[in-house]
Design a protein around this ligand. Structure first.
Ligand code: GTP
Ligand code: MG
Length: 219
């Protein structure tokens, strides 16, 4: 375990140096903080400026978890409605979703149910979802109390975190918990010899390689 902890968080030395690859998507209304959340996690950076994402982009981060090197391919989607056709095309094969709302924005909370329906419509059945109420540093401007987030997450069957990309609260924890529940689900399905987890049916390949078209790239 000592070596596992020492390795955790290091940059990958080789692109192929991993046991599993998990494709994760961050979804939710525009301006809830999806891009900021990913930048905090992948680069430990934050900028107060709002540059709305165009289409979709991804970052890669390799972590050491459950004695495995896990390469995370994290897709940051545009929240704006006009990009919905592009972004939903990327749901297929995702093993995990971070569904985000902004605790200072009622509309973004009200949209969670619709985002959840989008996941059910476009993604793999076994995809795991975490609900995140972002911007919990803005307590004075809060309009969605924690209990409402918790209740909605229970109703939808998701786990729930409040987080702040700005103050780096629960960002790493969110990704690590999502990775853990994907691993748990994978173990369960492999134990049950469910072929979906190996990609034999419509499920994703664990080492599926990213495909990013320059047209869709936000950079
Ligand atoms: P789209 O790309 O349009 O879908 O938006 P997004 O969800 O990626 O939002 P983005 O990360 O660009 O953040 C929107 C604004 O909220 C920016 O001005 C960020 O600086 C700010 N922001 C993001 N996360 C936080 C946070 O945790 N706390 C505070 N106070 N501001 C945040
Ligand atoms: Mg964005």
């Amino acid at each position: 375990m000592a070596s596992a902890n020492a390795t955790y968080g290091q940059k990958e030395s080789s692109d192929q140096n991993f046991d599993y690859m998990f494709k994760i998507l961050i979804i939710g209304n525009s301006s809830v903080g999806k891009t900021s959340f990913l930048f905090r996690y992948a680069d430990d950076s934050f900028t107060p400026a709002f540059v709305s994402t165009v289409g979709i982009d991804f970052k890669v981060k390799t972590i050491y978890r459950n004695d495995k090197r896990i390469k995370l391919q994290i897709w940051d989607t545009a929240g704006q409605e006009r990009y919905r056709t592009i972004t939903t095309a990327y749901y297929r094969g995702a093993m995990g979703f971070i569904l985000m709302y902004d605790i200072t924005n009622e509309e973004s909370y009200n949209a969670v149910q619709d985002w959840s329906t989008q996941i059910k419509t476009y993604s793999w059945d076994n995809a795991q979802v975490l609900l995140v109420g972002n911007k919990c540093d803005m307590e004075d401007e809060r309009v969605v109390v924690s209990d409402r987030g918790r209740q909605l997450s229970e109703q939808l069957g998701f786990e729930f975190f409040e987080a702040s990309a700005k103050d780096n609260i629960n960002v790493k924890q969110t990704f690590e918990r999502l990775v853990d529940i994907i691993c748990e689900r994978m173990t369960e399905t492999l134990d049950n010899k469910d072929p979906t987890v190996t990609g034999a049916k419509q499920g994703p390949q664990l080492n599926e390689q990213p495909q990013r078209s320059h047209q869709d790239c936000a950079c």
